[in-house]
Write a protein that binds this ligand. Structure first.
Ligand SMILES: O=C(O)CCC(=O)C(=O)O
Length: 264
C-alpha cells in the first residue's frame, strides 16, 4: 500500500490495515527476543513503556517504514509515547471490549495514532482486532465501566450498543501492522487458537499534544523536531537485561497506569 493510500483509508475509515513492516525473519527474531526476555523477567503482557527496558521494542517503534506511514498521518514531527505487548495466550478467554483509546489517556487533542504490529498470526481465531469504519468521525462515545477479569483493558471500559454487523476484522501476518485513530471504536475476541496472539502496540503523538492529567508523563522525539517540549523526555533502552532500565520502566509505567485508570 502506498503512503497516499494509507492516508486516504485512515482519514475515511479511522484505521488502515494491513501494512507490511517487518519480514518473516525479523518478526520471528522479535518474537524470540520477547520470549527469551519473558523467560528471564516473567510475562510481558500489557507492560507500558516497554521500549525503555527493551531495545528490541524501541527498534520496532522507530522502524523507518513504520514512521513513514505514521508521518503521512501526523506530519513530519513524531513523538513516541508508549509501547506495550498485548498477548493473548492460546485458548484463553482474554478479550478487549468495544472502546475508544482517547477517552482515558488525558491528551489535549486527537493528533495521535496507534500502531498494532503482529508478532504471531493475528486471525479471527486468535482474536485479531475488529474496527468500526468511520467511527472516529463521531467523536467521543459514552463508556460504561464493567468489571470483567477477562477484559484486557484496565478499567473494563465498554461502549454499549455498537453495531457489530458493521465491524471489520483486521487479520495480520507476523510483521504486518494496523494503524488506528484514537476515536475509532475497536475490540477483539478471545484467542481460541493453539498459538499465542502477540501484538506490539505502539502509540505516537504530534508534539503539540499536551498531557492534561500529569505533566511528568514523558515521550521521545523519534522523527523531525519538537518546538513545544510539552513532554519530558523518556530514555529509550540502550541495552538488554539492564535492571536499572527495568526499574526506570516500572516508574514510568506506574505513572501511565495511574493516568489511564481514570476517565476524563
Ligand atoms: O490487542 C488487542 O486485541 C486490542 C488492542 C487495543 O485495544 C489497542 O491497540 O488500542
Amino acid at each position: 500500500m502506498d503512503l497516499s493510500e494509507i492516508r486516504k483509508r485512515y482519514d475515511q475509515d479511522g484505521f488502515v490495515s494491513p501494512i507490511s513492516i517487518l519480514d518473516e525473519q525479523e518478526a520471528q527474531k522479535q518474537r524470540r527476543i520477547l520470549e527469551h526476555t519473558e523467560a528471564d523477567v516473567g510475562n510481558l503482557h500489557y507492560k507500558f513503556k516497554i521500549h525503555t527496558a527493551m531495545p528490541s521494542a524501541f527498534e520496532v517503534a522507530t522502524n523507518p517504514k513504520l514512521l513513514d506511514a505514521v508521518e503521512t498521518i501526523l506530519g513530519p514531527n513524531i513523538l513516541l509515547y508508549s509501547v506495550s505487548y498485548i498477548i493473548k495466550e492460546p485458548h484463553s478467554a482474554s478479550h478487549v471490549s468495544w472502546h475508544q483509546d482517547l477517552t482515558y489517556w488525558g491528551l489535549s487533542c486527537d493528533d495521535q495514532v496507534s500502531a498494532w504490529l503482529a508478532l504471531s498470526p493475528a486471525t479471527m481465531e486468535s482474536g485479531c482486532m475488529r474496527m468500526i469504519p468511520g467511527s472516529h468521525l463521531g467523536g467521543k462515545r459514552e463508556h460504561q465501566l464493567i468489571e470483567d477479569e477477562n477484559n484486557v483493558l484496565l478499567n473494563g471500559q465498554n461502549v454499549i450498543g455498537v453495531d457489530e454487523k458493521a465491524a471489520v476484522y483486521c487479520p495480520l501476518s507476523p510483521g504486518e501492522v494496523s494503524l488506528h485513530h484514537g476515536w475509532t471504536l475497536h475490540a477483539s475476541m478471545p484467542n481460541i487458537s493453539h498459538d499465542r496472539r502477540i501484538g506490539l502496540n505502539i502509540q505516537y503523538l504530534a508534539p503539540h499534544v499536551r498531557q492534561l492529567k500529569n505533566p511528568e508523563d514523558g515521550a521521545i522525539l523519534v522523527r523531525g523536531e519538537d518546538h513545544y517540549n510539552n513532554f519530558p523526555v523518556d530514555m529509550p533502552a540502550t541495552k538488554p537485561n539492564d535492571p536499572a532500565q527495568w526499574a526506570y520502566r516500572q516508574k514510568l509505567s506506574d505513572r501511565i497506569q495511574n493516568i489511564q485508570s481514570t476517565t476524563i
